[in-house]
Write a protein that binds this ligand. Structure first.
Ligand code: CA
Length: 233
């Protein structure tokens, strides 16, 4: 397999160099861009596997870069930002970012996020975006039959819990905002449903955990949303 090509978009030279050196010493190829204009140019001409994107860029806000990229590409975008406000993370995720890292971050943390994202990317490339049966460790979902099993035992889920599980599974590896999840599960009026989402998520988790000896990988991102992590295959 070719080394994955990562586009680093960062206007701060020391951080850009730090990431560049870290990636090249860990079997990645890296391209760099110091602003939004050059980022878009590099993205269209080299079609990188993953983009690491700083939100505070001199020429255009990073969120606008995400929107522009999403008009033609599904390449995974990991936001790296000094903004620690939940609202900034949510805006970037709703614009189409896959994950976020808050500065300051460690190289190990960055490499871990890249591995998660690459796994998701390979899965998308190998299976296509939609497969008939989803498998994540002991959890399986048969989309055609409309049922989910844990270790071969059918889970007794309510229609909402099942829908919720499917939304997480179809976006496995990606951080989903409350807004995105509630829109997928209930339709448009999402503002009133964040509290309901918490309740349904709690009952869903209880059912997943009580029927599994191993951990089911639903992460909570406080104030932002949830993510299902792909377990060990
Ligand atoms: Ca910056």
């Amino acid at each position: 397999m070719n080394k994955p090509l990562i586009l680093i978009v960062e206007d701060d030279p020391p951080i850009r160099n730090l990431i560049n050196v870290a990636l090249e010493s860990h079997d990645y190829r890296a391209l760099t861009a110091a602003g939004a204009g050059s980022a878009l140019l590099e993205a269209t001409s080299h079609n990188p596997d993953i983009m690491l994107l700083d939100l505070g860029l001199p020429d255009l806000d990073g969120v606008e870069v995400i929107r522009k990229i999403r008009s033609w590409s599904n390449m995974p975008i990991i936001v790296i930002s000094a903004r620690s406000d939940d609202s900034d993370k949510i805006e970037a995720l709703d614009a189409g970012a896959d994950d976020y890292l808050t500065k300051p971050f460690s190289v190990d943390e960055l490499l871990a996020r890249l591995r998660v994202t690459l796994r998701r990317l390979h899965q998308m490339q190998n299976e296509g975006p939609e497969t008939a049966v989803f498998v994540n460790g002991p959890l399986t979902i048969d989309y055609a039959a409309g049922c989910a099993c844990m270790n071969g035992e059918e889970l007794h889920l309510t229609p909402i819990e099942y829908k919720l599980l499917c939304v997480l599974a179809r976006n496995c590896g990606k951080v989903l905002t409350h807004k995105y999840i509630t829109q997928q599960v209930w339709g448009t009026a999402w503002e009133n449903n964040v509290a309901s989402l918490r309740v349904f998520m709690a009952t869903l988790r209880k059912k997943l955990e009580s029927s599994s000896a191993v951990q089911v990988y639903i992460q909570t991102h406080v104030g932002v949303g949830y993510r299902m992590i792909k377990g060990i295959e």
